[in-house]
Design a protein around this ligand. Structure first.
Ligand SMILES: [Zn+2]
Ligand SMILES: [Zn+2]
Length: 353
């Protein structure tokens, strides 16, 4: 019998049939935040249903970001009941494929899960500041799960040079580290300070080295200092050591205002500190005449744009960026968060469902 639907509808039906064949009989597992400050519950969930404009992904890997920790620990207010965290998703498209996003394509999903496109910020090209943003794993379900949905216009095709485990930490830690370099106005050859050396910084240093920058790293933890030295830092010191040279630019990664002031105190005139932290304990009082005068600037880094993501993923593929990763199973999502909290691992934690 002839079908009178259009070719695109027929394709959609074929894709949904394929999904039904692929649907595993076993229940799908996810790590769920029920109550802030409590461990995640590892539970069975029903199949996520993509809505119009979304794709369904089978999750290959999901990076663990410090922001996940802020969400789970209640430092960011809970915005959704029974939340699946996780916003560094690598997955294959298994439903709602399109010509641009075919079935089986491997894509990444980041923290910025959607914008309204017509607020004053979006209209100025500042979609990272959108008035009505969607945040993956915060205002919508994320990737600590076997399957996830994502807006089709907010998934990024992943270069073949980057495998699943090494691509996952790039999707927030990497992109926002890269945006921090942009916000700090880093130019090739600059002297750049990195204050803190977790997942984001250890990716940013690779980009800085490819730009022939001198990199000065202040961080707590001997293993983080060793990692920084092995990745080509010009100088490495503890969190209380002052870099031996005046810095053109600095990026702080710790959620600590004291660290911001330490970075400011290391800058030359006209230098910029970019704060790569969604939450800070406080900003302590500081001496304006000595620390800010001379057109020094402090800037925060908020979210990311899709062009940050695309530009960074291209650079990451070109320089064959290989983050240092520690893998956790989905059943051990709480252990992965604890490892990030306690700085117990070098580089990034990645959950593999
Ligand atoms: Zn907007
Ligand atoms: Zn993040």
């Amino acid at each position: 019998m002839l079908c009178n639907c259009t070719p695109s509808v027929r394709a959609e039906i074929a894709v949904s049939l394929e999904w039904k064949i692929l649907t595993p009989a076993k229940p799908l597992k996810a790590a769920i935040l029920k109550t802030a400050k409590q461990p995640l519950h590892i539970e069975d969930i029903s199949k996520p249903q993509p809505t119009a404009g979304q794709v369904l992904l089978r999750v290959r890997a999901c990076g663990v970001c410090r922001t996940d920790l802020h969400i789970v620990e209640g430092e960011l207010p809970q915005r959704k009941e029974s939340l699946i965290p996780g916003h560094q998703i690598v997955g294959d498209i298994v439903d709602r494929a399109t010509a641009e996003l075919p079935l089986g394509m491997r894509v990444g999903v980041s923290w910025i899960g959607g914008v309204d496109g017509d607020c004053p910020y979006c209209r100025r090209g500042l979609e990272n500041l959108c008035d009505a943003p969607v945040f993956t794993g915060y205002t919508v379900q994320g990737g600590y799960a076997e399957y996830a949905t994502a807006r089709s216009d907010f998934v990024f095709k992943l270069p073949t040079e980057l495998d699943d485990l090494h691509a996952a930490p790039l999707l927030c830690a990497g992109i926002i580290g890269f945006r921090s370099l942009r916000v700090a106005g880093v130019e090739p050859g600059d002297r750049v300070g990195l204050f803190g050396f977790g997942a984001s910084a250890h990716l940013a240093i690779a980009v800085l080295r490819s730009w022939h920058c001198e990199v000065y790293v202040s961080t707590r933890g001997a293993s983080h200092r060793r990692l920084a030295a092995s990745l080509g830092a010009t100088w490495v010191g503890s969190e209380t050591d002052k870099p031996p040279a005046e810095l053109d630019r600095a990026i702080t990664f710790a959620p600590s205002g004291d660290v911001v002031i330490a970075a400011l105190a290391s800058l030359r005139k006209g230098g910029i500190v970019a704060i790569n932290a969604i939450h800070l304990d406080r900003i302590p009082e500081f001496d304006y005449d000595r620390l800010l005068w001379g057109e020094r600037q402090i800037r925060s880094v908020a979210n990311m744009t899709r062009s940050d993501a695309r530009d960074f993923l291209k650079i990451a593929a070109d320089i064959r960026l290989q983050p240092k990763v520690t893998v956790f199973s989905l059943d051990h999502a709480n252990e992965a968060l604890a490892a990030v909290k306690n700085d117990a691992i070098d580089g990034a934690a990645v959950i593999v469902p």
